[in-house]
Design a protein around this ligand. Structure first.
Ligand code: GDP
Ligand code: MG
Length: 221
């Protein structure tokens, strides 16, 4: 697929309480690293990453991710970034019950301000903290069971995964799951270029598609 840059650009937002690990998940996705003391997010930060989805004809998708601040004082700014998003990571900390309870409010916010067709994945972050391999002062008690979160996600029509920005477990997987779901929606006409500002497809006039076609012909030669 030499030369193919992307087939789709999708806008993602990452939301949830302060300190649940939103910025850390984004840094893990884009830079494959983890910071014990990341800078606090003031307003909104941005990161982008190319991923390939084998199940969707090897489509190359550029994720444009807006990482929002989880504090009340920035809510009015972050809300304006919800608009047009195709995907959302709704993050809580599995060792913080309040962050899970507050996910309801964040979801309400997203539903009020974002595209009603947006794909949302609930992400229970920091599973490394309560894993059996973690000992000593680092270890924390789990406050939200997998079953409870899974059930709530199902009730609300959200995808669900538990992850760790620290170990990297399921981070890329979370974005991939949401992306796959969005690609299916695009295929079914739920999202399209004209109506959905957070979804852009490469155009025939765009060199990307020419390159896509040449990649296809070479694969069938
Ligand atoms: P944000 O406010 O939601 O963006 O949260 P940050 O990404 O700034 O993370 C808040 C704190 O939690 C930082 O000290 C991170 O190092 C830590 N953190 C984030 N994700 C994880 C994780 O998966 N495991 C552990 N152990 N710590 C994490
Ligand atoms: Mg942050």
């Amino acid at each position: 697929m030499a030369g193919v840059t992307w087939h789709y650009v999708l806008k993602f937002i990452i939301t949830g309480d302060a300190a649940v690990g939103k910025s850390s998940l984004l840094i893990r996705l884009t830079d494959q690293r983890f910071l014990a003391n990341p800078d606090p997010t003031l307003g909104v930060e941005f990161g982008s990453k190319l991923i390939t989805i084998p199940e969707e004809d090897n489509k190359v998708v550029k994720l444009q991710c807006w990482d929002t601040a989880g504090t009340e004082s920035f809510r009015s700014i972050t809300r304006s970034y919800y608009r047009g998003a195709a995907g959302c990571l709704l993050v809580y900390d599995v060792c913080s019950r309040p962050s899970f309870v507050n996910a309801r409010t964040w979801l309400k916010d997203v539903r009020q301000h974002a595209d009603p067709h947006l794909t949302c994945i609930l992400v229970g972050n920091k599973v490394d903290l309560c894993s059996e391999d973690t000992h000593g002062p680092m270890r924390r008690a789990r406050e939200v069971t997998t079953e409870e979160a899974e059930l709530w996600a199902k009730e609300e029509g959200l995808l669900f995964v538990e992850a760790s920005a620290k170990s990297g477990q399921n981070v890329e997987f979370a974005f991939e799951q949401a992306t796959k779901d969005i690609l299916v929606k695009i295929r079914n006409g739920v999202f399209d270029d004209d109506r959905s500002p957070g979804v852009k497809a490469s155009k025939p006039s765009n060199t990307n598609l020419t390159l896509e076609q040449s990649a296809k012909s070479s694969c069938c030669a």
